[in-house]
Every structure is written in structure tokens, then in C-alpha cells.
Design a protein around this ligand. Structure first.
Ligand code: LLP
Length: 420
């Protein structure tokens, strides 16, 4: 349980034994705090369950792309899943290797493909016929063979929030299941593509294994057809998407999930193929909290507001997906408990972090927003010209800044005014 890195001692929240009060005082708020042991623990849960099988973990960089976070995984031997050239540069800067990196995404530009091919990425997860043509041209110009897998849309319901469900026919992602065999035949006929795998990613924050097994069944049926057509499929990429506990969700533990998927693939007679996982949230989500300070308590006619110094620009998930994040005072206090909406200072009614929360708090108190390690900082913005938060990582009782708090002058450093 990754959240155990954040526990209370004498009523004060700690991150790996470091008081969250001292972290906030030393580094300021809003502040993202990550636990190295929680990251390591989650990675091991995947890696241990893969023992003895040809299975590889590619960390989805988009969930948390801080160099220190990526470096923790790189040192553990992880591969990476990227969706932009920017993410490739982050992986390389963090000590990851291109040859352990898969390049996903629906709209890779020619420039991105060229650089990724030259860097030597392990596989391009291609999502359309025009993209196959573009990649083939790029590879031809470079005098190389581009390793490809097709992202197939298996048309299964991942039973998650519609914005983060990706494996349905109605979604923009992947090659339609009904077109996949023919698309593989086209790819195989292209001179500078080397078909090596098959891929899917059905959504995110998935709390059941059954949608994965349904998707895998469809993919493996397809593999048989593709191989009958003469291509060789070396790996099956099952994507990411395993959910975490934000509130009362009960996703399968990582190890159980991995073992079930691998056993299923083996039972279907495909145990010889390498299996790729692309987890993001389940590795980093509960390894991070966002600390924020209460600026004002504002009683209202219908509800009370706790106005805090973090906002939707720091953590967009509540505003974007009505996502729930547990919020607790950093120090158990003696204030009278009241019902609050926890909101930020941004000029939008959508700028809220938690609604209808019973909190015993005073002005100036610190709050911890849990499960903020995934899609927290990476989705943050500078809306309202708010500098982005600092990030720290705690490791065996020591905290280090892994990204400095932005300064206002950085925010318009690249801007200029017309001369006259
Ligand atoms: N692989 C691909 C191709 C993906 O598109 C994603 C996430 C992942 C792997 C990692 O999925 P994970 O294991 O993290 O669920 N911003 C949303 C989540 C968007 C997920 C996008 N794709 C949120 O905050 O809930």
C-alpha cells in the first residue's frame, strides 16, 4: 500500500518520517511531496509479479514526468512510455534509455518520429494508416527500419470516467478492431516498417481486471490472424490504466492484476510472447501529496468555503473530471468541524479541490491533498499567471527539492511587446 509512506505521528502528517509541517515551512506552499519508497514499492509490485516471465514495465511518463521520479524508475530498470519528443528528452535526461522506450500517441509529428527513430526507440505504437505512411517515409529517408506495433481499439468498456475511457469505438484512439487485420497487412507491406507487436490501452483509473481480459482476448484473436497473414508479433502491449484508491475504490492490488493478466495470456497459449505494461497512475498516484495552506475561511449562506493557496492550475483533476481527492488537515487540530468546499483563488467557479468536506480547520492551517502524484504537477498550468508549485522528494528521512518553485519573471520571460 503506497499510501503508508504518508502516516501520522502524534497527529502530524509525515512523509517517510519527515513532518509535513516542516516541509511546508521550509519549501513553502503549494508544494508537491513525493515519497521515493512509495515509488519504489509500487514499481517492485509490478516487477516482482513479472518475475520469470518475459514482461516489461514501461512507466507512462505523462503521469509524472519529474526527472527525479523518472530517475528512481530508471535506476530500478524500468522502460518508459512516451507521447511526445519532450517526454523522450525527459527520459534521456533522467537516465532512461531510448531502447527501453515505446512511443505512443495519436498525433506524432514527422519531426518527433525522425528524432525518436534516430534516438533508437524500441517501438512506435501507431494509431492510423496515415501515420504508418508518415513513419515509413521518415524511416526511408533515414535509411532505417522503424519498429512498429499498431494500437488496436478493442471496443471494450473500461467502466471508468468517459474522459479517461479510450477503448470504445466512439473514442479517437487506435485502429478500429474491424480494420486492424487489413491495417497490419498494409504495414507489413511497407518497405521501412518492421512490425513487431500489438498494442491497446483501454482507459485509465480502471478498477476491475475483466475489461483487460476482454481486450486481451480480442487482441490475441487478432494476433492469430495477423500471423496467419505472415507477420510476426513478438510482443503484446496491454497498456496502462490500473486504478488506485482515491476514496473507497477497490482496484485489484498491482501484483494480483499483473499475475492475472500474465496467466490469462499464458492460458490462451501466448505465454511465449513478451508482455508490455504501461502503468502511470498506479506507480505514482499514491506516492505524492499536495500541501496547501488555508488563506481564509469564508462562511457562506449555503456553504462555507476554505480558500487555499493551491488551485485548479496546480491540480486540475477536480475541475476537469470532478475527481475526488481526500483532503485532511496536516495537523489534527481542535477547531470546530464544519462543512467546507475547499477552493482555490482562481477566478472560476470550477476552481475547487474538494466539495462538502467536513474539516476541523483554522485560517493558516495546512491541508494535505492526497493521491496527487499522478496527473497532478504534469497537468498544472500558469493560469492567472500563477507560478507552478515546487516539488520535493523525501528519501529516508531527507527531503530534496526536485523542482524549484517557478518565479513570476520566468512566466513571461519569452514574451515581448511590439516596438511601436
Ligand atoms: N499508455 C497510454 C497509451 C496512455 O494513453 C496512458 C494514459 C497510459 C499508458 C497510462 O495510464 P495510467 O496507468 O496512468 O492510467 N489525466 C487523466 C488520465 C489520462 C490518462 C491518459 N493516458 C487523469 O488525471 O485521470
Amino acid at each position: 500500500m503506497t499510501q503508508s509512506a504518508f502516516s501520522r505521528v502524534a497527529g502530524v502528517l509525515q512523509a517517510e518520517g519527515v513532518s509535513a509541517v516542516s516541509l511546508a515551512n521550509e519549501f513553502g506552499t503549494p508544494l508537491y511531496v513525493y515519497s521515493r519508497s512509495a515509488l519504489t514499492h509500487a514499481y517492485h509490485a509490478y516487477a516482482d509479479a513479472c518475475q520469470g516471465r518475459r514482461a516489461t514495465i514501461h512507466v507512462a511518463v505523462k503521469a509524472n514526468s519529474n526527472l527525479a521520479v523518472l530517475n528512481v524508475f530508471a535506476r530500478l530498470g524500468a522502460g518508459f512510455d512516451i507521447v511526445s519528443l519532450g517526454e523522450l528528452h525527459r527520459v534521456l535526461a533522467a537516465g532512461g534509455k531510448a531502447e527501453n522506450t515505446v512511443f505512443s500517441g495519436i498525433g506524432k509529428s514527422v519531426a518527433e518520429m525522425r528524432e525518436a527513430l534516430n534516438a533508437g526507440v524500441k517501438c512506435f505504437n501507431v494509431e492510423s494508416i496515415p501515420e504508418l505512411h508518415a513513419l515509413n517515409e521518415v524511416a526511408k529517408a533515414a535509411g532505417k527500419q522503424a519498429p512498429v506495433s499498431l494500437r488496436v481499439n478493442p471496443d471494450v468498456d473500461a467502466k471508468t470516467h468517459p474522459y479517461i475511457s479510450t477503448g470504445l469505438k466512439s473514442n479517437k484512439f487506435g485502429v478500429a478492431f474491424s480494420d486492424a487485420r487489413a491495417t497490419y497487412a498494409q504495414a507489413a507491406a511497407m518497405s521501412h516498417l518492421n512490425v513487431i507487436g500489438i498494442d491497446c490501452h483501454i482507459g485509465s483509473q480502471i478498477t476491475e481486471v475483466s475489461p483487460y481480459l476482454d481486450a486481451i482476448d480480442k487482441l490475441l484473436d487478432l494476433v492469430a490472424q495477423i500471423e496467419a497473414d505472415g507477420a510476426r508479433i513478438h510482443h503484446v502491449d496491454v497498456g496502462g490504466g490500473l486504478g488506485i484508491t482515491y476514496d473507497d475504490e477497490t482496484p485489484p492490488p498491482i501484483g494480483d492484476f499483473v499475475r492475472t493478466v500474465l496467466a490469462h495470456i499464458e492460458q490462451r497459449g501466448h505465454g511465449h510472447r513478451e508482455v508490455y505494461f504501461e502503468p502511470g497512475r498506479s506507480l505514482v498516484g499514491n506516492a505524492g501529496v499536495l500541501l496547501t495552506r488555508v488563506e481564509y475561511l469564508k462562511p457562506g449562506a449555503e456553504k462555507n468555503f476554505a480558500i487555499v493557496d493551491a488551485a485548479m492550475n496546480d491540480l486540475a483533476r477536480p475541475a476537469m473530471y470532478q475527481a475526488f481527492h481526500r483532503i485532511e488537515p496536516v495537523v489534527d487540530g481542535s477547531a470546530k468541524a464544519e462543512l467546507y468546499d475547499v477552493v482555490g483563488p482562481i477566478c472560476e467557479s470550477g476552481d475547487w479541490l474538494g466539495r462538502d468536506r467536513t474539516l476541523a480547520i483554522d485560517q493558516g492551517d495546512l491541508l494535505a491533498i492526497f493521491s496527487a502524484g499522478a496527473y497532478g504537477f504534469t497537468m498544472s498550468s500558469n493560469y492567472n499567471t500563477r507560478p507552478r508549485a515546487a516539488e520535493v522528494m523525501v528519501d529516508q528521512g531527507r527531503a530534496r527539492v526536485v523542482r524549484e518553485r517557478e518565479e513570476v519573471k520566468q512566466l513571461f520571460a519569452g514574451e515581448s511587446i511590439l516596438p511601436d
